[in-house]
Design a protein around this ligand. Structure first.
Ligand SMILES: Cc1cc2nc3c(=O)[nH]c(=O)nc-3n(C[C@H](O)[C@H](O)[C@H](O)COP(=O)(O)O)c2cc1C
Length: 430
């Protein structure tokens, strides 16, 4: 069986406002409806979770000004996805809701309190996607001139996670007695300060809210550099990874599982989901024609890909020679994503940017064909599932929830009934 999630890759923003089938997202982007429709459809379809991306900056790495990003409504405007979580929770009954939290600019106490609150409000279906925030501009919004160095960010994140975990453990099981007759709500002997004083953080505790149904909300992670893998293998319940071939994806999985075992963790306790797109149609020929048509559009709008590369790497791709082979890009920003987006040794920047490729697996065909391709790919990798990163429109959601998901279910790749109550139980059910 597969674990399935949907990547809301632009976060709480304006999704594909000029694309066909995007409705009136240009006027309605700030309303929660598109997310509620997505969540209800995926809940019905048997998906494990929705992942809401986030960032804390006005991007300007492409061309050195925010102009391109504002003009195209790409990665901006961006509202806080945490506010969507309880709304989605209210509209659904089973699906998990994961929203992005940065370790670099959020005090551990604030994050632990928010995580516990949202876990209560969703009845144990909440998760944090933990990022160190890769963009220099984010750092400048929080009092720094330059961002912390890449690997140092992960050292900070490690300690940050330990503090947050300690806060979530600061109430023992049974601390809430709720004994109205005896006159005691909570038992003071079961609630403890954490008294953390470390290299980067100091926090007394205890948390002033009891932990939610999962105690520790699900921890998701998506950094693929060696330091990112180190962090993920210590803390994550689920990892998002972007690879375009099964051998590289398998090598990543093997590496994470070995690292987890070295930390004394059961490798099956973390589910790795690989980013994919699905170009679907009634027949394989129609789907291929659609993919070819998309390819023409990508090539005609290759500037979009250049802006994405600039966003992930912090380097200004508008300044590079389009017709020279692309040199290796080194960055203090998102290393694994930059590598995936700029892959293509010997090709020119124009060729790479014109390629209709998400950097993950791009499956094309009828729902049954794509389901078969997914099964074969997951088998070659060894597990555990996929993260759909199709553009967010209701049309695309229906194709996946009502076309692809039933095809997966027919092959026995999605559970017939909800396997568990909380998101963590669900991820560990198989
Ligand atoms: C599927 C996926 C989703 C991601 N979502 C976010 C996000 O919401 N916010 C963010 O700042 N970075 C996001 N990233 C970037 C990574 O979380 C990570 O911060 C970045 O890749 C830097 O880590 P690395 O250098 O270890 O790869 C995402 C990456 C992937 C592959």
């Amino acid at each position: 069986m597969l674990h399935m999630a949907w990547f809301v890759g632009q976060g709480y923003s304006v999704h594909g406002w000029q694309a066909p089938w995007s409705g009136r997202i240009d006027l309605e982007w700030m309303r929660p409806d598109i997310y509620l429709d997505l969540a209800r459809a995926l809940d019905r379809a048997g998906f494990d979770y929705i992942m809401l991306e986030d960032g804390l900056l006005m991007p300007d790495s492409y061309g050195g000004t925010p102009e391109w990003f504002l003009k195209n409504a790409w990665m901006v405007p961006k509202a806080d996805p945490m506010a969507l979580v309880p709304l989605i929770g209210q509209a659904t009954t089973r699906i998990g809701i994961v929203a992005t939290m940065t370790t670099s600019f959020t005090p551990p106490f604030t994050a632990a309190r928010l995580g516990a609150t949202l876990d209560h409000l969703t009845d144990g279906r909440f998760g944090f996607n933990i990022v160190t925030a890769h963009n220099e501009r984010s750092a400048q919004n929080f009092g720094l001139d330059e961002h912390y160095e890449h690997d140092l960010r992960y050292e900070m994140a490690d300690e940050w996670m330990d503090v947050v975990d300690a806060l979530w453990s600061s109430w023992e099981d049974g601390a809430i007695v709720a004994d109205a007759d005896g006159g005691t709500f909570a038992d003071v002997t079961k609630v403890h300060p954490i008294d953390h004083a470390g290299r980067f953080y100091k926090c007394r505790g205890p948390l002033n809210v009891a932990p939610g149904p999962q105690r520790r909300p699900v921890i998701c992670q998506a950094g693929g550099s060696p330091a990112g893998r180190g962090f993920a293998s210590r803390h994550a319940d689920t990892i998002l990874a972007r690879y375009r071939d099964a051998d590289a994806a398998k090598a990543f999985r093997d590496d994470i599982r070995a690292r987890m075992a070295a930390h004394g963790r059961d490798p099956d306790d973390c589910k790795i989901l690989y980013l994919m797109t699905a170009t679907l149609a009634e027949t394989d020929d129609l789907a291929r024609a659609r993919f070819a048509h998309q390819g023409e559009e990508v090539a005609a709008n290759f500037e979009h890909k250049l802006a994405f590369m600039s966003y992930a790497s912090g380097k200004d791709f508008s300044k590079l020679d389009l017709d020279a082979p692309l040199p290796e890009i080194r960055t203090n920003a998102a290393q694994a994503s930059t590598k995936a987006l700029t892959a293509g040794s010997g090709k020119t920047l124009r060729e790479i940017a014109s390629e209709n490729a998400s950097g993950g697996f791009d499956f094309v065909g009828s729902p049954d064909t794509v389901a078969a391709q997914m099964e074969e790919t997951a088998r070659a990798i060894g597990g555990d599932g996929f993260l759909i990163s199709n553009p967010l429109t209701r049309h695309a959601v229906a194709e996946v929830a009502d076309g692809l998901a039933p095809a997966l279910a027919r092959r026995g790749l999605l559970p017939a009934a909800m396997p568990a109550r909380t998101l963590r139980q669900r991820l560990r059910a198989f």
